[in-house]
Design a protein around this ligand. Structure first.
Ligand code: HEC
Length: 156
């Protein structure tokens, strides 16, 4: 090979080596996961509050609370995907998710299942149109939030 061709080949090899270097920084994915997680809970929190306000009136407006309760149930179903490994306090992100989530995944999963069941029950209650049943289901749903937060979310 003429020297010029060799230099060229070496340059290409060096470039290839750079591209072959494994990407260790998973930070952008983790940061996005934490951001999406908080955004989801924020929506859940807003929906839950509006339903609470409606329940307090004694005759909740079904057209208002039905889509909100559906939204909570839909988000609840996807909840386990919001906690990729490494997205806890060790991530350096601003998060209130406790490390316990990952060390006690079975318990966290139970809290998740309780939440999903409670959210589905609220939807069933809303379909019945019975204010008492709706109020009861909303209370149980609120307890499911609290059960998880008490154990797996850092207090402010
Ligand atoms: C299985 C556990 C679990 C359940 C159930 C749960 N949460 Fe949370 N929630 C969390 C965790 C963990 C965080 C902290 C997320 C973070 O900071 O990364 C959180 C954060 C939040 C936040 C703060 C979001 C923000 O802006 O940072 C709100 C509001 C919230 N939850 C409301 C609710 C409501 C309302 C319910 C029930 C209808 C609920 N959550 C059910 C675990 C749960």
């Amino acid at each position: 090979m003429p020297p010029k061709r060799i230099a060229h080949a070496l340059a290409w090899m060096a470039a290839a080596a750079v591209f072959a270097t494994p990407v260790t920084a998973a930070a952008p994915t983790i940061a996005a996961a934490v951001k999406a997680r908080k955004a989801n809970y924020k929506e859940i929190g807003g929906a839950f509050k509006t339903i609470n306000d409606e329940v307090k009136t004694g005759s909740p407006d079904i057209a208002t609370i039905r889509p909100l309760a559906r939204d909570i149930a839909n988000r609840a179903a996807g909840q386990m995907k919001w906690f990729p490994k490494g997205s806890g306090p060790e991530s350096g992100e601003k998060t209130r998710a406790k490390a316990t989530i990952w060390t006690d995944m079975a318990g966290f999963n139970r809290a998740h299942t309780g939440f999903v069941t409670a959210a589905n029950n609220l939807n069933t209650a809303i379909a019945s149109g019975n204010a008492g049943q709706i109020a009861q289901a909303q209370k149980v749903l609120g307890n499911s939030c609290k059960t998880c937060h008490d154990r797996y979310r850092e207090s402010d």
